[in-house]
Design a binder for this molecule. Sequence first.
Ligand code: SAH
Length: 228
Amino acid sequence: MRKSWRASVFTLMPEMFPGPLGLSLSGDALARGLWGLETFNIRDHGIGKHRNVDDTPAGGGPGMVIRADVLAASLDAHIAPDDKRPRLLMSPRGKPLQQRRVRELADSEGTIIVCARFEGVDERVIAARGLEEISIGDYVLSGGEIASMVLIDACVRLIPGVMGKEASGAEESHENGLLEYPHYTRPREWEGHVIPDVLLSGDHAKIEKWRREEALRITREKRPDLLK
Ligand code: SAH
C-alpha cells in the first residue's frame, strides 16, 4: 500500500492549522488517515530568551526578515536529509500555482512547506535548503499559512479515495486546459429560466458534445489566455 500523503508545515502560527483543512472533504480524509499534517513552530528555534526569529533588513527599510539560521535550524531539526518530498516556500515571488503542479504534488509522497511572515525570509536560506518558491496568485497576503492551506487543499482532494467518485476530478476546470461546462439541477424551471433541453434528453453522446462545446465557449469568453 502506498504511504499516506504527508504535509509538514513550518510556521510561526501553528495554531492556524488544521483550521479549514480539518473540516469537510479534507477534514474527513484527515480523520480517515488518507493524508497527514504536522506543523513545526519556527519559533522553537528562535534566539535567546525571547526566541527571536526575525531581525531588521540589511540595508534598511521597513519590516522584519526571518533569520536564515533560525529557519534552517528548524528545518534541519525535523526534516531528514533523505526526505524526498518537495520543499516549498510560499512566496508572492514564486511560480504561480497551477493544477498541473498540484497534480504532481498530489501524486508524490507529500510536501514540506515553509510559511513566511513579515517581509519574508533571508534570501540565503532559500538556496541553501533548496526551497522552491510558490505563489498562489499576484497579490500579497500577510503570511504564508493561508496560501499553504490553499495548496494543501488542492492536493488533498486529488488523493485517491478522498473524493467520492474518482472521476469527479478529471473533467473539472483546469484539468484539461479548459474551464468546466455549466451545471444545472432541479427545479427544471426557476424564475423563468429553464435547464437546456439537451441535458434532459438522456442522449449521452449529445450531452457530452454540448458540454465540450460549452467548455470551449466559456473558456474563450472568460479566459482566452488558456487557449493559447
Ligand atoms: N515582502 C514580500 C511579501 C511578504 S508577505 C514581497 O514583497 O515579496 C509575507 C509572507 O506571506 C510571504 O513571505 C509569503 O510566505 C506569504 N505570501 C504573501 N503573499 C503570497 C502569495 N501570493 N502566495 C504565496 N505566499 C504569499
